[in-house]
Design a protein around this ligand. Structure first.
Ligand SMILES: [Zn+2]
Length: 109
């Protein structure tokens, strides 16, 4: 008089699989990736007041102050800052690991 099919346990495993709770958690985690794309270049570049996609190097601006030279405008179109990072590194020896040495306590150049 024993039942050959343990239908009770089969039902349990099915209900667990059909709950999408784990999938939802993954979704939330993915959305949170957009935490901060701020790089150290934001401290050293000033955004043009007429065009938010154009930035000027503050270090160059300070070096050129009192002269008629103007800093080269850089485009940060599409959020690409690799050319800005390259400028800081090649012209001013500023890299991500030492940039704080070039800022004062107000995080200014
Ligand atoms: Zn510069």
């Amino acid at each position: 008089m024993s039942t050959p099919f343990p239908s009770d346990t089969e039902d349990d495993s099915q209900t667990i699989q059909s709950t999408p709770s784990t999938d939802r958690k993954k979704w939330k985690a993915n959305v949170k990736v957009n935490r901060s794309n701020k790089s150290h270049t934001t401290f050293f570049f000033r955004i043009d007041e007429n065009n938010s996609e154009v930035v000027y190097c503050k270090v160059c601006e300070r070096n050129f102050s009192g002269t008629h030279q103007t800093p080269y405008p850089y485009s940060r179109k599409g959020g690409n800052t690799s050319n800005l990072i390259g400028h800081l590194r090649d012209r001013h020896n500023i890299i991500k690991s030492n940039y704080t040495e070039y800022l004062n306590e107000h995080q200014e150049v």
